[in-house]
Ligand binder design. Structure first.
Ligand SMILES: [Fe+2]
Ligand SMILES: [Fe+2]
Length: 162
């Protein structure tokens, strides 16, 4: 946020909302490539299902902006750009079961990032008295948690059989 000093919790909330809106839009672009690159039906289908949810989350975030009287706006988020860049590295440089395990781990890193962000955002929404935003953000948080659990189960049952 160039030239703008954030002072209030409301500023921090709005800024973090813009970050995650940018992040979800970047994920909508990145996930089809990850799906293509993954081996194995189960990982591919987990990614494609979460891509659908992610598109829905973009719409839900637009409702959150509306509920606080703001226009949806993305703010470049270095954290998600870094996570996506790492995933692109895996797609380029790895093969076989190593690639699949690393892609699954990369997807989980993204889910954990999102869980951290939405956990914070929905608590801030509550403190700010934005109950509609709180409920919408909780809806997304629950989807991210479910996506992460699904990936954990897949890692345990399919990938890290050791
Ligand atoms: Fe998401
Ligand atoms: Fe997610």
């Amino acid at each position: 946020m160039k030239g703008f000093v954030m002072k209030t919790l409301s500023d921090a909330f709005e800024h973090t909302l813009q970050d995650i809106y940018y992040a979800e839009n970047q994920l909508v672009k990145a996930l089809p490539k990850v799906e293509d690159s993954a081996n194995g039906k189960k990982l591919k289908s987990a990614i494609s299902e979460h891509l659908k949810e992610t598109k829905g989350q973009v719409k839900t975030l637009e409702k959150v902006f509306k509920s606080i009287g703001k226009k949806p706006k993305g703010e470049k988020c270095d954290a998600i750009d870094g996570l996506i860049k790492e995933t692109e590295g895996i797609m380029k440089e790895m093969k076989g079961e190593a690639k699949n395990a690393a892609l699954l781990a990369a997807c989980q890193a993204v889910e954990h990032y999102e869980i951290a962000r939405y956990g914070t955002l929905r608590e801030w929404a509550k403190v700010l008295g934005q109950s509609e935003a709180h409920d919408l953000l909780t809806e997304i948080l629950d989807q991210e948690k479910a996506a992460n659990s699904k990936l954990t189960n897949l890692a345990v049952s399919e990938i890290n059989k050791g």
